[in-house]
Design a protein around this ligand. Structure first.
Ligand SMILES: Nc1nc2c(ncn2[C@@H]2O[C@H](COP(=O)(O)OP(=O)(O)O)[C@@H](O)[C@H]2O)c(=O)[nH]1
Ligand SMILES: [Mg+2]
Length: 360
């Protein structure tokens, strides 16, 4: 498969994605919870922005919903926030109609000190059960239930409630988000870990990159681009006909983009060196990924199951890993440094795992 990608690459100019395709590549998280549950506080935890920045960044969607794109200047993830649940006279049907077609995963936000979650559970039942949207559960207000056993009882009760509504167990995290507090790195990690299981693109967009070496520093500068292209490749799994973007076209676009950013010309020799260094092991892994993806397309995925398909993420994961490996390769190429093939393959394998794909 890698061979075919490289064959094609020779004759294919960089595919400039349309604005529509770019928009569709953005992972969208729907924050579902009562007013006061901690949705805005969760956005604060995940983005590291303060309440004012978040307040200003939200743009209205419907009368009772709004969206927040992050990072603000080069969005890699979108939060959708519905405000009305738990308020009298709120009818969720308008938000439901809009959001169920746009969101890729639903983040249920519930306070551990608030057992009244019936309305939220009803909405979750609709989107998670009937529309098969991936979901995770974030318990907030851990600090307000200081007794450990009481807290564990509350967590278990809430989880049981939402498990019943969704028809399956959901990845969970417990957090404390008191007003004005410093965001806790542990809480962040717990949420990102749960998110990784349902929407890797969103989780990686919210993960801070480790920067210890010059190579990692260079990658930090292009990581947003790799996530963008991987999201684009992943979005073709959701709606293969709409975007005129195929997985190989997105991957070639990404490789060309990275070449430009690292100042390396993808000459025939450079391409051959990269393909050779990645080797047959990778070609087989990619082949497996593509095979599964093709299988997936036999299932009618567009429309109702948009979120479920996006969660599969094989094209996302393989493209992210390819981009990570290419960045590693290009960094050494640009510096005229030796690079070990084993290290390159390890970089690829680690990226594949991080992107939520366990391997072949
Ligand atoms: N002590 C504590 N307060 C919280 C927590 N989460 C949210 N709050 C507070 O609850 C109120 C509502 O939170 P907010 O994030 O605006 O809820 P939203 O309506 O779901 O967006 C705010 O005053 C928050 O500071 C939490 O985990 N612990
Ligand atoms: Mg809010």
């Amino acid at each position: 498969m890698l061979g075919r990608l490289f064959e094609w690459w020779k004759g294919t100019p960089a595919a400039a994605p349309t604005a529509e395709a770019a928009e569709r590549a953005l992972p969208v998280l729907w924050l579902l919870g009562k007013t006061g549950a901690g949705k805005s506080s969760l956005v604060r935890l995940l983005t590291g922005l303060d309440a004012v920045a978040i307040g200003n960044g939200f743009a209205p969607c419907t009368r009772t919903s709004q969206r927040f794109d992050f990072p603000v200047d080069e969005p890699l993830v979108r939060f959708l926030d519905t405000r009305g649940l738990g308020e009298s006279g709120y009818d969720p049907s308008e938000d439901l109609a809009l959001l169920s077609g746009h969101a890729h995963a639903v983040v249920v936000v519930a306070r551990l000190d608030d057992p009244a979650q019936g309305e939220v559970a009803d909405v979750l039942a609709r989107v998670a059960r009937r529309e098969r949207m991936p979901a995770l559960l974030i318990h907030t207000a851990a600090d307000l239930v200081p007794d450990a056993s009481a807290r564990e009882r509350a967590r278990a009760d809430t989880a049981a409630r939402f498990t019943a509504a969704a028809g399956r167990t959901l990845p969970e995290a417990v957090v404390a988000l008191p007003r004005g507090s410093q965001a806790s790195a542990e809480d962040r990690e717990a949420v990102v870990k749960a998110l990784l299981q349902v929407l890797p693109g969103a989780a990686l967009a919210l993960t801070r990159q480790e920067v210890r070496t010059a190579e990692q520093e260079a990658f930090a500068g292009v990581r947003g681009r790799v996530l963008f292209w991987a999201g684009l490749a992943g979005s073709t799994d959701v709606a293969p006909v709409v975007g005129l973007v195929s997985v190989p076209a997105a991957q070639i676009g990404m490789l060309n983009d990275l070449g430009t950013r690292y100042g390396v010309d993808w000459s025939a020799g450079t391409r051959a060196a990269f393909a050779g260094a990645l080797g047959a092991g990778l070609a087989m892994r990619m082949g497996a990924g593509f095979g599964l993806r093709q299988l997936g397309k036999l299932v009618p995925v567009y429309g109702q199951t948009v979120g479920a398909a996006a969660a599969g993420g094989l094209s996302f994961a393989t493209t992210f890993a390819l981009g990570r490996a290419a960045a590693y390769f290009l960094h050494h190429r640009a510096a005229g440094e030796e690079m070990s093939v084993e290290d390159l393959r390890a970089v690829y394998a680690r990226a594949l795992t991080r992107a939520g794909h366990a391997g072949p």
